[in-house]
Design a protein around this ligand. Structure first.
Ligand code: 4AD
Ligand code: MG
Length: 507
């Protein structure tokens, strides 16, 4: 007898048709009965159906097929053939089976389970069709990110997890006792990246990132993975170009290499295709104010059954009003309390959706007010080096001063948020960095950051200072966009094997 070839399911092609192959995996499901079973096999790389027919099999093999329960570990031998219905799929005619462990009572059944149960059994839930497909896509995204930067001559550096200070605000720091000293789990590797470019020119880091988020939304984890790039001599525009090219490159990879997984997830690849084309649309923060308010007026008028004019009056009266927003699945997100969106307000998820829904691919929101961004963002300047005042701000000052958060200057930063399409929310935050020594020192003081911990960072502006930019992309948000999108909006807990969320750190 000839040696039977072991193959992984994802590697089965038309070249295997008619051949006998061995699949080493687990039993995913077993519809059928009365002389024929369809054994759905999975081996981690994909899923395939093996048809077992009583008439064709030795009695002992048939008996094994009959007795095994879901998630039994099995090695199956069968002959490959085209799936009778799906042209781009294959199936096996089962000829033999070896049962390593017969499982009779797998706790996750076919009936719908609650999220709490599934999370408690995350170590098993992972094996589900959807869950494993999402994790394969995650792996492909990581490879795509790495290849993209490698191809462009970036070096990967690894930034520390224990850090003495905040990068993204002091309210989301996780404290660690460092033999008597207090340090924090990293919120971002950016500051270290800025030092690393002095050595390597163009770098990226990619690792776990920690934010003590108190909010329980589907877009927030307490531990997530972020790729952060930093490049010397890149300005704000080079930075956005790099981001859109990276996303387009990643989408190409997913469409090329993860077709089977997208199919398992019922994810329509056509919805990702527009993102292959760059440049992506850009819109300044100032220009989003009217978009957001127009929508709030419309929603208010709808909820309260008043005219748009009355809605406008109510919204701009300064009070806040309760509305319902059916564009969100989550009951908590549907209930919203709105007032007019003012210059200086930060976006909530519904606002991001308003902006991103105008486009069929990701978009950039740029030039946020300095007051709502971190200490390291570079200001947008006039030709003469003074801070530029945004024209929308000037107009509001003249016509609608109530739409300005008190204390706002109208100055903006050379930074951007990249919002995913299909309601994915913010995927990337990035900016040109403040490279002026005096301005940077003033910002550190203004943000009340302990200067002694940032002395080394300020040093970078003293020795071989250059204009530079960078960004950070959240891996889980990216996976949720690619694997779920609007076809099945994913909670971030499904985009990482063992999610860390508010009050949730097991298993
Ligand atoms: O916008 P953020 O906070 O930017 C930074 O940390 C910069 N220092 C990056 C840089 O310029 N080097 O975070 C960047 C991205 C967000 O756009 C989002 O995708 C993701 O990180 N992110 C989260 N993902 C999951 N859960 C959370 N709690 C997240 N917070 C941020
Ligand atoms: Mg951000």
């Amino acid at each position: 007898m000839s040696e039977i070839q072991h193959v992984r399911i994802k590697d089965i092609t038309s070249a295997h048709a008619g051949q006998s192959v061995e699949i080493r995996g687990w039993l995913r499901n077993k519809p059928g009965g009365k002389g024929r079973y369809f054994l759905w096999l999975r081996d981690g790389s994909g899923e395939i159906q093996a048809v077992a027919e009583q008439d064709e099999l030795p009695a002992s093999v048939w008996a094994d097929c009959e007795r095994i329960g879901l998630e039994s570990s099995i090695v199956v031998t069968g002959t490959v053939r085209q799936h009778p219905k799906n042209a781009d799929e294959f199936e096996l005619q089962l000829t033999d089976i070896r049962v390593l462990q017969d499982v009779a009572d797998y706790p996750i059944g076919k009936k719908a389970h609650g999220v709490e149960f599934l999370m408690k059994n995350r170590h098993l839930w992972l094996r589900g069709t959807r869950q494993s497909a999402i994790l394969r896509i995650r792996s492909e995204v990581q490879k795509a990110f790495a290849d993209f930067f490698y191809d462009r001559g970036f070096y990967r550096v690894d930034t520390p997890v224990f850090t003495p200070n905040a990068c993204e605000g002091t309210t989301t720091l996780f404290e660690v006792d460092y033999h008597g000293d207090t340090v924090y789990l990293t919120q971002s590797g950016q500051l270290y990246n800025e030092a690393d470019i002095g050595a390597l020119g163009q770098v990226y880091c990619f690792g776990p990132t920690f934010r003590a988020e108190k909010s329980k939304t589907r877009r927030h984890l307490l531990e997530f993975w972020m790729l952060e790039m930093e490049a010397a001599y890149y300005d704000h525009f080079d930075n956005m170009r790099c981001q859109e090219e990276m996303l387009a490159f990643t989408v190409r990879r997913i469409l090329d290499n993860c077709r089977a997984d997208l199919k398992l997830l019922d994810r329509d690849p056509a919805k990702l295709e527009p993102a292959l084309e760059t440049p992506y649309p850009r819109i300044r923060y100032g220009d989003t104010i009217e978009i957001i308010n127009d929508w709030r007026i419309m929603k208010l008028a709808e909820s309260r059954q008043v005219s748009p004019e009355q809605g406008r009056e109510m919204l701009f009266s300064g009070k806040s009003v309760n509305i319902r927003d059916e564009s969100f699945e989550d009951a908590n997100e549907q209930k919203q309390r709105i007032s007019a969106f003012r210059w200086g307000d930060d976006y909530g998820a519904p606002d991001e959706l308003r902006i991103s829904d105008r486009f069929d691919r990701p978009c950039f929101v740029t030039n946020f007010p300095v007051e709502i961004k971190g200490f390291y963002f570079k200001d947008e300047l006039n030709e003469d080096g003074t801070e530029r005042i945004d024209p929308v701000f000037t107009k509001l000052q003249a016509n609608e001063p109530g739409l300005i958060v008190p204390g706002s200057t109208g100055h903006t930063v050379l930074g951007s948020d990249c919002l995913g399409s299909e309601g994915a929310g913010e995927l990337i935050g990035g900016s040109q960095r403040e490279d002026d020594l005096a301005r940077l020192e003033a910002k550190i003081a203004h943000h009340k950051l302990p200067p002694e911990f940032l002395e080394w960072y300020v040093d970078l502006r003293r020795y071989g200072n250059v204009p530079h930019s960078g960004f950070g992309i959240g891996l889980e948000r990216t996976v949720a966009w690619l694997a779920g999108g609007s076809d099945n909006p994913l909670h971030l807990r499904e985009t990482i094997a063992f999610p860390r969320m508010l009050h949730q750190y097991e298993p």
